[in-house]
Design a protein around this ligand. Structure first.
Ligand SMILES: Cc1ncc(COP(=O)(O)O)c(C=O)c1O
Length: 415
């Protein structure tokens, strides 16, 4: 059951939907501040997956019996729900993948390797998760294309707006850009980037791993060509995600994986391929995952993505306000929360981020410590890693208070 849409969120009611929040960690109330890594799962998602295995267990598309037909309907409905979540023009523009990483790889192989020529440019940023850099390094190696980076503001609060346009050249063919940094929560101006790219005939791929789960996303209004995101960061199961692609681009691309389900006709020496979206979904898909994902789409939309975004901004403001009273915390990403999502990355005095994380753990506070799959950005900041607290709809002020109490304990031990 989706909770009713409310603004502001009724967080204490919402929290009862997430069974794991009733568990203690290290004997303490759990303060789960690692939703940037993966979100918690509400009961409706757990039940949807379980119901498929318990009541319908069967493969989809090729069964000629009731359970298979019903599982197929649920699988297809999940695609329609995912398409609705991002306002795709058609459900066939939504390809189920294993997640953001696979979605970006799919574009790298099926679009990049086919369409990029030596000297063409791939424009990206130092804000990217490794999955949106390493893929393009490999595509550049294979095609002779060149990887270029948007210039950043002096303290890496964001892309430099003055140099946004000049980062493009006549050879820019694709912009591969995050929708929200998993390190600082920074949100690049996607609409403007898409405008600049399209004026030059380039396409735009947005890594939406941190975006699609935390704010309303409309691929048509943003006018972006590809969007990659993962179900597990938006209350859904692990091992399933989406590549949204503009239909004309997906049609022009070759399949990514070959085998069953993605074919139309197979002869001994050649094959023809299925229409979208099956063309990109070889083999038995993650059926339970897709069904759980469908339930997750219902859940986040029931809560309301605008309300979630507003709630997280309020938490970030609270967090930053608490930080201002102290001289032992360095915050990364600046203090302007207008273009930021609910992610708080920091270092505590000169204590190593892993030590901070371990002491917080002993206080029941779950955070992430390290380079967050973003080593180029760590180099920009001149640090080996940071401690990251990341929020979601179920995060409340007492989670943040627990974080700061934990930091007081770090202070007592190390300073
Ligand atoms: C911004 C960003 N991009 C990509 C990914 C990779 O997502 P996944 O591991 O679900 O493929 C993550 C995961 O943390 C992320 O935060």
């Amino acid at each position: 059951m989706s909770p009713a849409r409310t603004l502001p969120l009724d967080v204490s009611k919402l929290r009862t939907e997430f069974p794991v929040l009733s568990r203690a960690m290290r004997g303490k109330r759990l303060a789960y501040l690692d939703s940037g890594a993966t979100s918690l799962k509400p009961r409706s998602v757990l039940e949807a997956e379980r119901a498929y295995y318990e009541q319908l267990s069967s493969n989809i598309h090729r069964g000629v019996y009731e359970f298979s037909e019903r599982a197929t309907i649920l699988y297809d409905e999940a695609r329609t729900k995912a398409a609705g979540l991002i306002n795709a023009a058609a459900a066939r523009e939504v390809i189920f993948t294993r997640g953001t990483t696979e979605s970006i790889n799919l574009v790298g192989y099926s679009w990049g390797r086919k369409f990029l020529k030596p000297g063409d440019e791939i424009l990206t940023s130092e804000f990217e998760h490794h999955s949106n850099i390493v893929v393009w390094q490999e595509v550049a190696k294979a095609t002779g294309a060149v990887l270029r980076f948007f210039p950043l503001l002096p303290h890496a609060e964001g892309l430099d707006p003055e140099q946004l346009e000049t980062a493009f050249s006549e050879r820019t063919r694709i912009v591969a850009i995050t929708g929200m940094s998993n390190v600082t929560g920074y949100k690049p101006p996607l609409r403007r980037i898409a405008e600049l790219a399209h004026e030059r005939g380039a396409v735009v791929l947005v890594d939406g791993a941190q975006m699609a789960c935390h704010e309303p996303v409309d691929v048509q209004a943003l006018d972006i060509d590809f969007l990659a995101f993962s179900a597990h960061k938006m209350c859904g199961p692990t091992g399933i995600g989406v590549l949204y692609g503009r239909e004309s681009l997906l049609e022009a691309m070759d399949p990514f994986l070959y085998g069953g389900d993605m074919i139309e006709r197979v002869w001994k020496d050649r094959s023809t391929y299925a229409q979208l979206p099956e063309k990109f979904e070889a083999g038995t898909p993650h059926i339970a995952g897709a069904i759980g994902f469908g339930a997750a789409c219902d859940f986040v939309q029931g809560v309301g993505l605008e309300a979630i975004a507003a709630h997280e901004r309020e938490l970030l403001d609270y967090c930053l306000a608490r930080t201002r009273a102290r001289d032992d915390i360095t915050v990364y990403g600046g203090i302007n929360t207008d273009d930021r999502g609910g992610i708080f990355s920091f270092n505590f005095a000169d204590v190593h981020a892993h030590d901070v994380g371990m002491i917080l753990d002993s206080h029941g506070v779950a955070v992430r410590a390290g380079f967050h799959c973003a080593q180029p950005l760590m180099r920009v900041f001149g640090v080996a890693g940071t401690t990251r607290a990341s929020f979601y709809m179920y995060t409340d002020r007492s989670d943040i208070d627990a974080l700061f109490d934990g930091l007081d304990a770090v202070r007592k031990i190390f300073l």
